[in-house]
Design a protein around this ligand. Structure first.
Ligand code: GLN
Length: 492
């Protein structure tokens, strides 16, 4: 019997085409694997076997008629931030408990139009705020990876932790995520996966629960760079329903994977060499540069002097936008409601009961930095920093084709080890990823090696706006050189 868990997206599509198995068999195996893993990993908010089999049956029929789409029959897990019509969508928050959208997000619609099969929604940090998936209203998601010789449960990263955990456990062949400050790339790095944040506006935000609209980027998780290019290509489109959607064509990014990096110039920014960064991260980063040099690229030192202001600017801009976006959850039109004595009391009780602690913290920070008297000092200042960070990248990309950095300052950490301490410690996880959100430029994480305890580490490739093609080429070269084949040892 086929071991479905070991297959990539490209593998399952080839297997379906060769009639090695049917979409229904694949869907049933995927649903069983999800159900079996759920008690241990807690990666899913919904598993819908009936819908999966229905969609798979329709896929088999299309393939039999020679009408298969590019993802036909492939099960894809969906982060609980994307509206899927008729399926509970909660952003892992109590305030949206039981909410069933009557519409479909544009990104998921693009996936279904290409033939992909829905089987589950994945857990996330509440409203996508977090780096560990510990703030979900359904409890923490567990990383299938464990340190050698240890049975301590580790976080999968966040906020798209459920998608990362599921895919790393061999359930599903791709997954959606959203990346506002690193929520695709950081969990990808923590789970040995490829995670892509395309250029801002490539993937529509329509039907995706908003966190910080000017920073929110939908994108995919995949097992390989080629799979990730294919998924990004399907998920991206011009969408008139999102006013910030990019109107240009979506190139063929799959063709960019496997191209030579010969002649490309790769920049290594000195500001990403942080104090206290583990030696292993530094070593892996140098190795990455070496691999690209050996493949024919020229590696040069560059400077992104505004890097140190990126995290503080992000933690002003993101909460500011969140405080405004989350104002709509007032218990009136949908979601949870706690009756109070009057309207204001109902609002207050509903929001106090419906939002978790981290979301409340963000709303408070956001409201504060936007308030009269503080707006200029915080919010406006952060927007000026944002402009400067963009200029850093523009200057760099006048010189180089791509930038290489580590994805995260550490490997996956233990459940509870950072959450209860200072929130700043958690925010520091995003130090290498937030800059690309602030500038809107494409960035992705590629699994590149293991740390001393056998946990995966990722390298990040950043390119200029709309140049995903070069990003996929460089990521492909890193993947080839790294030969990362490790899988978590099955314990769940
Ligand atoms: N960890 C970051 C935050 O908490 C980023 C989250 C995200 O990208 N959605 O805001």
């Amino acid at each position: 019997m086929t071991d479905f868990s070991a297959l990539s997206l490209t593998d399952v599509l080839a297997g379906l085409e060769a009639k090695d198995f049917t979409a229904v068999e694949l869907a049933e195996a995927t649903v069983s694997a999800a159900e079996a893993a759920q008690p241990a990993l807690n990666a899913f908010t919904v598993i819908d076997g009936a819908r999966a089999v229905d969609m798979a049956r329709a896929s088999d029929a299309r393939r039999a008629k020679g009408e298969a789409g590019v993802l036909d029959g492939a099960p894809i897990a969906i982060k609980d931030l994307f509206a899927v019509k008729g399926v509970t969508t909660t952003a892992s928050s109590n305030i949206l408990k039981g909410f069933e959208p009557t519409y479909e997000s544009s990104v998921t619609q693009n996936l279904w139009d290409a033939g992909a099969v829905f089987f589950a929604k994945t857990s996330m940090d509440e409203f996508a705020m977090g780096s560990s998936n510990e703030t979900a209203n359904t409890g923490p998601v567990i990383n299938p990876w464990r340190a050698e010789g240890s049975d301590e449960n580790l976080v999968p990263g966040g906020s798209s932790g459920g998608s990362a955990s599921a895919l790393a456990a061999g359930i599903s062949y791709g997954a959606t995520g959203t990346d506002t400050g690193g929520s695709i790339r950081q969990p990808a790095a923590f789970t040995g996966l490829v995670g892509v944040k395309p250029t801002y506006g490539r993937c529509s935000r329509w039907g995706v629960v908003a966190f910080a609209s000017s920073l929110d980027h939908p994108g995919p998780f995949a097992k390989t760079v080629k799979d990730s290019a294919l998924l990004t290509q399907v998920m991206a489109s011009h969408d008139p329903k999102d006013s910030t959607s990019y109107p240009g064509e979506v190139p063929n990014w799959v063709e960019a994977v496997g191209k030579s990096v010969k002649g490309l110039k790769i920049g290594v920014p000195k500001e990403y060499r942080m104090d206290g960064m583990p030696g292993e991260i530094e070593t892996l980063w140098s190795k990455g540069a070496e691999w690209l040099r050996a493949a024919g690229a020229e590696v040069v030192d560059i400077s992104l002097p505004m890097t140190k202001y990126a995290l503080p600017a992000y933690y002003i801009i993101a909460p500011a936008e969140a405080s405004s976006n989350l104002a709509r959850y007032d218990g009136m039109r949908y979601g949870a409601r706690v009756e109070g004595e009057d309207l204001i009391d109902t609002y207050e009780k509903t929001r106090a009961a419906g939002f978790g602690k981290e979301v409340q913290r963000r709303i408070l920070i956001g409201t504060y930095v936007l308030s009269a008297g503080y707006y200029d000092a915080y919010y406006l200042k952060a927007l000026k920093v944002r402009r400067k960070i963009l200029e850093d990248f523009e200057r760099a990309f006048a010189q180089v084709d791509a930038i290489l950095t580590p994805t995260t300052p550490s490997a996956a950490f233990g459940i509870g080890s950072k959450a209860k301490a200072d929130p700043i410690e958690m925010y520091l996880n995003d130090i290498f990823t937030v800059t690309a959100n602030i500038a809107g430029v494409p960035a992705m994480s590629v699994p590149a090696g293991l740390d001393a305890s056998g946990l995966p580490l990722g390298l990040q490739v950043i390119t200029k706006a709309l140049d995903e093609a070069t990003m996929f080429t460089v990521a492909g070269a890193i993947e080839d050189a790294a030969g990362f084949k490790a899988k978590p040892k099955r314990w769940w």
